[in-house]
Design a binder for this molecule. Structure first.
Ligand code: FE
Length: 182
């Protein structure tokens, strides 16, 4: 199965179920995030990162370690590790860092905290709360940290129940163009 086929199967399968505590399915949440990135003319790699940022939530790709540590903390890492089979760091690292980016924004941007959804406020506590000053400095010097912050901002907005369904197919050419040669 091609990368795009395998990813589409996840979106159509597990992804079509409810996104716990949110008003849209997980697949539509991710598709909305990708569409927001695309609407802002983000680079293709960053559009792909936005589209794929939550694949780590899918049971099919979770590891035993994820279950031990709690999927809320690990879903960025497990998603990025899974995606690294096909995509380079410009796609995978913003996915890996998007949970950290939330903790970062909560530390540096007080209005950001006030605008979080109730489910997102709850998961913040599971994710370790806002970053400390030292963690903020370390995050800012990490490659792709700013890309991860952008993914995070699209992530937070991609929960619109009024928006009509977005088709996975509209992202297929972009994903296929980013897959690394085997
Ligand atoms: Fe998300």
């Amino acid at each position: 199965m091609s990368a795009a086929d395998e990813i589409e199967a996840l979106f159509d399968g597990e992804g079509s179920k409810d996104y716990l505590g949110e008003a849209v399915s997980m697949a539509q949440h991710m598709l909305q995030a990708g569409a927001l990135a695309r609407a802002e003319n983000a680079a293709d790699e960053l559009v792909a990162a936005a589209l794929l940022h939550d694949v780590g939530h899918f049971r099919g790709i979770r590891t035993g370690r994820d279950l031990m540590e709690g999927s809320e903390n690990r879903h960025g890492h497990s998603g990025a590790d899974w995606l690294a089979r096909w995509f380079g760091p410009a796609v995978c690292d913003p996915v890996r860092l998007h949970v950290a980016a939330k903790r970062y924004l909560c530390a540096v941007d007080p209005p950001y905290v006030a605008a979080l959804s109730p489910a997102s406020v709850y998961t913040l506590s599971v994710q370790g709360g806002p970053m400390t000053t030292a963690e903020v400095a370390a995050f800012e010097s990490t490659p792709y940290a700013y890309d991860a912050v952008q993914v995070r901002r699209w992530d937070d907005r991609a929960k619109d129940p009024e928006l009509g369904p977005i088709a996975f197919e509209t992202f297929r050419p972009l994903l296929e163009s980013l897959v690394r040669p085997a």
